[in-house]
Design a protein around this ligand. Structure first.
Ligand code: R5P
Length: 292
């Protein structure tokens, strides 16, 4: 086995190489003057099982293109099998056509990865695992980041209550609650499919008095969802609110929005290169390593 580290591997390639005692080859990369991506694999991988590590966080399209080019180059060099580790899989939220005429982004992205030559895909908690499994024609392995997130969350809370910001995230909340040995529940969210705006509904049935509420989601993008969930949690009596998510994208002023909403701590994972040093990062490399 050989690991090929891409420009957006965020150090996970090096960690895997060390943990598994496997050779690491760094992909050479540059951008041509006209903006196109260039990739070269500088060593032979003939006959080897090759594990390519490349996340697809911002700028998503560039990182995705680099991934496809790495797969093509590795295949052309004669790898016997190609496994793509994509810690954050971009475009996963557009997993169906919410409105007529919309592109089914997840499907085309997964087709490109497969058709470029990737036999297997390993990714960390995509938005809807079943959609990834059904659209990727090769083998798919999903990494559950909960144990890594829980390790960090335990340092921040005393009397935890895990709260999912929508019904779809309830199963995730249940997994985390098991690790924290805490109660859990969910609230309800509506999203305007044109403006993208979210609205969290009232939840009079929930009593969060004295609780350290742990909001859990797969992605924090604009922060709108969790900011509203935090305000609601305080209205319901929460003592403190923290936020945890697998993929902390933190677009624009998301961090300020979350702190203004009273969120005391934000915990993410290294599927994304998070520039904001106040965000606590849980390493998921060991959870990926066991899938290889
Ligand atoms: C959507 O259903 C996802 O699970 C997240 O709740 C969403 O992507 C968060 O986005 P934002 O931070 O922009 O509210």
């Amino acid at each position: 086995m050989i690991i090929v580290g891409g420009p957006a591997s965020n150090g996970i390639d090096e960690k895997l190489s060390e943990m598994l005692n496997v050779k690491l080859v760094k992909a050479e990369h540059k951008i041509f003057p006209d903006g196109e991506s260039y990739i070269r694999i500088p060593e032979s991988v003939r006959g080897e099982e090759v594990v390519i590590v490349q996340s697809t966080y911002y700028p998503q399209d560039k990182h995705l293109m680099e991934l496809l080019l790495m797969i093509e180059a590795v295949k052309n060099l004669g790898a016997s099998k190609i496994i793509s580790i994509i810690p954050y899989l971009a475009y996963a939220r557009q997993d169906r056509r919410f409105k007529d005429g919309e592109a089914l982004s997840l499907k085309i992205v997964l087709n490109l990865i497969y058709e470029s030559g990737s036999d297997e895909l390993i990714t960390v908690e995509p938005h809807k695992p079943d959609a990834v499994i059904s659209y990727f024609k090769g083998n798919v392995k999903i990494v559950d980041p909960t144990p890594a997130l829980a390790r960090e969350i335990k340092k921040e809370v005393e009397n935890p209550f895990v709260l999912a910001p929508d019904r779809g995230a309830l199963e995730r909340a249940e997994r985390l609650a098991k690790e924290l040995n805490s109660p859990y529940s969910h609230i309800e969210k509506e999203r305007d499919r044109t403006t993208g705006e979210v609205r969290i509904k009232e939840a009079p049935h929930l009593d969060l008095h004295g609780k350290d509420v742990v909001l859990i989601d797969d992605i924090i993008s604009t922060g709108g969802t969790l900011a509203q969930a935090s305000q609601l949690s305080y209205n319901l009596g929460a003592r403190k609110v923290i936020a945890a998510a697998t993929h902390v994208l933190l677009v624009n002023d998301a961090y300020d929005k979350l702190t203004r909403a009273g969120i005391k701590s934000i915990i993410g994972t290294n599927t994304i290169k998070v520039e904001n040093k106040n965000v606590k990062i849980a390493d998921i490399s060991d959870l990926i390593a066991v899938k290889l």
